[in-house]
Design a protein around this ligand. Structure first.
Ligand SMILES: [Zn+2]
Length: 493
């Protein structure tokens, strides 16, 4: 039973184009599936934004008291280059170019993905299944779709028959496309194409002799189509119909449309109650693309090693920056935007820390209960984090006024405010206090630098007792000094 049962959560459903009251299929439980990364290169910052949106959604649903089973897959086979039906498998291609085993490519980039997400303070999903671990389940679904007459086999490959499916169902309902229009807008296929219609998509592809990622099947050696893995894994872990399916806006068509078609063809019912799509991230006003150089890796933001940036930014600052936009809005990343977010993030953390030491009074000039309700109202309105953050800054304003002695707060309200900030800032938005560039850390660095200068003075005066004392006592606190030819540097453990 949700804790805040008097409050109604509304979710924008991409399928209906409306904000709807969230009512899970099984009371108190939520099943959520999010399309994970294809692990053939470093995780894209735009994808991080999508996964971060669903991390926040996962956190909020849990906060409301729901038992959430969150499944986010790893695509380690079947995703073809350019998403075309005849391209090479993305992972197989990378393996060929880098002379690696495909599973070495998968391992390398899965590690990178987890490493980046951990830095961003993501909660791990409940289950993180891989496509290659579910080949048997995928084959079973293909057999079922074939038996029901919505697929056909040609020369060792199996294709989904969109036209036949569309007679009994509605193909294109998620992306708002009509099959007739799609057919009219597609040019004729080359004669050698095996598909009956250009809209048909592969459920199983025959593996050519040189294709290294291959599995046996009733139709010969091959590999599954990309769309099918999500149907197989979501059904296995969440059932034939589940609550929330999420992903990036770019996956709506054809990927999610095909998932709906596969599930309806096989189980006869729509697979998902609420479809949610996160919007994209642009960089300096333009689409991010490796080919144009308008691109940045998440790791480069943490080190500042990219010409686009003037300095490094802590993962929590980037997270705060992303949470300042609604997940359905396009968000533009720039150096200036990150600098502004860093300022805001530090103000928020400073106020949070100041609150703990505030003196309390006999009355409160700030209605904490009313403010807390506004925070919930924002989150209940389709996870509106920018509005929530505006309310958080309203609290910051009051904390600062209390600090200056211009307002008062009672002990009870202070405790309530501290608890609420803990929930919203850390549990729900997923921010972390020790972000590395907060004002406190900066001050600490300045103090250590001062001690380094004093130690140098002592050494210059041959007062080695003092210089050793400074070094040893800092070491005891976990601050290591390192003398080099350009002076002394330090690291904090
Ligand atoms: Zn998917």
């Amino acid at each position: 039973m949700p804790l805040y049962e008097s409050q109604v959560l509304r979710i924008y459903n991409s399928l209906t184009g409306k904000k709807e009251i969230f009512k899970p299929i099984n009371e108190g439980h939520v099943g959520m599936y999010v399309c994970g990364p294809t692990v053939y290169s470093n995780v894209h910052l735009g994808n991080c934004r999508t996964f971060m949106s669903f991390d926040m959604i996962f956190r909020y649903l849990r906060h409301l008291g729901y038992k959430v089973r969150y499944v986010r897959n790893i695509t380690d086979a079947g995703h073809l280059v350019d998403d075309a039906e005849d391209g090479e498998d993305k992972i197989a291609k990378k393996a060929r170019i880098e002379k690696l085993e495909p599973m070495e490519v998968v391992q390398r980039y899965t590690l990178d993905f987890h490493n980046i997400l951990e830095k961003f303070n993501f909660l791990p999903p409940s289950i993180e299944p891989t496509a290659t671990g579910h080949i048997i389940e995928q084959i079973e679904i293909i057999k079922d779709i074939l038996a029901k007459g919505y697929a056909y086999e040609v020369n060792g490959s199996v294709y989904f028959d969109v036209a036949t499916f569309n007679k009994d169902h509605e193909y294109g309902k998620l992306s708002g496309r009509k099959l007739e229009d799609m057919v009219a807008n597609t040019r004729e296929l080359a004669a050698q194409d095996e598909k009956r219609n250009p809209q048909d998509f592969a459920l199983w592809k025959k593996a050519e002799p040189q294709h290294i990622m291959r599995w046996p099947s009733p139709w010969g050696d091959g590999f599954p189509g990309w769309h099918l893995e999500c149907t197989a894994m979501s059904t296995k872990y969440l059932g034939e119909t589940f609550d929330i399916h999420g992903g990036g806006m770019d996956l709506k068509f054809p990927h999610h449309e095909c998932e709906i078609a596969q599930a309806e063809a096989s189980y006869g019912q729509p697979p998902v109650k609420y479809w949610m799509h996160a919007n994209m991230l642009t960089l300096n006003g333009k689409k991010m693309a490796k080919s144009t150089g308008n691109n940045i890796l998440p790791g480069e933001i943490f080190t500042g090693e990219n010409d686009i940036l003037s300095k490094a930014f802590a993962p929590s600052v980037v997270r705060f920056f992303m949470m300042q936009a609604h997940y359905t809005s396009i968000l533009d990343l720039s150096n200036d935007a990150l600098l502004a977010s860093e300022k805001g993030f530090n103000r928020l953390m400073d106020a949070y820390n100041a609150l703990k030491n505030l003196n309390t009074g006999t009355t409160s000039d700030f209605n904490v209960n009313e403010w807390k309700q506004k925070c919930y109202d924002a989150m209940n309105d389709d996870f509106n984090t920018p509005i929530l953050i505006a309310h958080l800054f309203d609290a910051v304003k009051h904390i600062n006024l209390i600090k200056e002695g211009k307002e008062q707060i009672t002990e009870v309200d202070k405790t309530l405010l501290l608890e609420a900030l803990n929930s919203f800032v850390f549990d729900i938005l997923g921010l972390e206090q020790n972000a590395g560039t907060s004002q406190d850390t900066e001050k600490l660095s300045q103090v250590v630098q001062l001690l380094i200068d004093m130690r140098k003075e002592a050494r210059d005066n041959k007062d080695f007792a003092t210089s050793d004392k400074i070094r040893d006592q800092l070491a005891e606190m976990g601050i290591q000094l390192k003398d080099g030819k350009d002076g002394t540097t330090f690291s904090i453990q």
